[in-house]
Design a protein around this ligand. Structure first.
Ligand SMILES: *Cc1c(COP(=O)(O)O)cnc(C)c1O
Length: 386
């Protein structure tokens, strides 16, 4: 019975396979016995296997153990978690922060705590799956606005009756389009229409804005986004999610977020590693500069070869439109043949006719690496993109 479903996925070209690495997720990886230049990870700053981060994880395990032992509300809380939360509140310029076991758990836990049946959520159509799942699980009414379309959002805010609470949910950086959310406009609309703005800055945290503080800080909006969600698993290179909020809201989330209450505290080993990685992300600005330099090289080279490129600096990823899913898959396979890992992004992740290649260079890549990537790509005749 499961076999039939798998066969159907295969027939529809939707079958996916896990690809175990035999190495850390670094600038180059070993996969299937081959060495591949890795432009597929979210390890933007190259911190996932940094020696100081690994050492911090080992020290953390020795001092605190590997598992937290229980939910934090039982006996799984510790000083180390509170120290990380103080670091994160400082990073995001908020009174407080609350750590969850992943970004997914943070998003689902926070949205379901903030909204219920009588409330209204206003969601960007291209929001991350974890925001969508949180929105669905909350039972609140949902209005979906066209991607980054502030006129559409304003129409919905104006015409939607407001009995309960109103929340606007948006990614900070849309990772399949390489663009930032129009946060100044979102803040303005949220303030004018008395809605609570929730920004999920999973892809901005550690890499966008001054000292990598994130998209909200990039736009100078400190103090104006009441709920900032993020993850420690992307630029920070470790694991865990968090909400940066007021002290009162943090207290409430401790009671109301089921993914916090009914889940074991984050491993102390991971917490120690995250603190070390966050400190490197903030202090070593050259990592962000190098990652942006690599993106700039890719952009120039791809445009010179006739590709339609999506990238709004300082977003940490760049997309090249290929049109059909088949051409995206073909180009990705061609790159892989040349020893370069660049994933093809197809529907339903992106709209029909807008398949693309997704490039995520890291601070550990060199200019020569980018030359190698570009040399493996054919020039295009410019297949029209929608
Ligand atoms: C990756 C991602 C998440 C989930 O974070 P994890 O820590 O990997 O669970 C949430 N939101 C967005 C926008 C993401 O890109």
């Amino acid at each position: 019975m499961w076999r039939d479903q798998l066969d159907e996925l295969e027939t529809r070209g939707l079958r996916r396979r896990l690809r175990p690495l035999s190495s850390p997720p670094a600038a180059a990886v070993i996969e299937g016995g081959r060495r591949l230049l890795n432009l597929a990870s979210n390890n933007y700053l190259g911190l996932a296997d940094h020696p100081a981060v690994v050492a911090a994880a080992c020290d953390g395990a020795r001092r605190w153990g590997v598992g937290a032992g229980a939910s934090r509300l039982v006996c799984g809380d510790n000083d180390l978690l509170h120290a990380l939360e103080a670091d994160l509140a400082e990073l995001k310029g908020t009174e407080a922060a609350l750590v969850f076991s992943s970004g997914y758990a943070a998003n689902v836990g926070v949205i379901t705590a903030l909204a219920g049946r009588d409330d209204h959520l206003f969601c960007d159509r291209l929001n991350h799956a974890s925001l969508i799942d949180g929105a669905r699980l909350s039972g609140a009414r949902r209005a979906i606005y066209r991607h980054r379309d502030m006129n559409h959002l304003e129409d919905l805010l104006r015409t939607t009756p407001s009995r309960g609470r109103r929340l606007i949910l948006s990614d900070g950086v849309f990772s399949m389009d390489g663009v930032l959310a129009p946060l100044p406009e979102l803040v303005d609309l949220a303030e004018r229409y008395h809605a609570l703005l929730v920004v999920d800055d999973a892809h901005g945290t550690g890499v966008v804005g001054p000292d990598g503080r994130g998209s909200v800080q990039h736009f100078g909006l400190d103090g104006r986004v009441p709920v900032q969600l993020a993850t420690l698993s992307k630029a920070v290179g470790v694991q865990g999610g968090f909400a940066a909020v007021s002290a009162d809201l943090r207290e409430l989330l401790i009671h109301r977020s089921r993914s916090f209450v009914f889940s074991t505290g984050l491993s102390p080993m991971v917490v120690a590693a995250a603190r070390a990685a966050l400190s490197l992300a903030r202090s070593e600005g050259w990592r962000r500069e190098r990652q942006q330099a690599r993106l700039g090289e890719l952009e120039r080279g791809l445009r010179a070869r006739g590709y339609d490129v999506l990238w709004q600096a300082p977003a940490p990823m760049l997309l090249a439109l290929t049109g059909s899913p088949a051409s995206a898959v073909q180009l990705s396979a061609r790159l892989e043949g040349a020893g370069v890992w660049v994933p093809a992004i197809r529907p339903p992740t992106v709209p029909e006719g807008a398949s693309r290649l997704r490039f995520t260079p890291t601070a550990e890549h060199t200019g020569d690496d980018m030359e190698r990537v570009l040399a493996a790509l054919p020039t295009t005749t410019g297949e029209p993109s929608p």
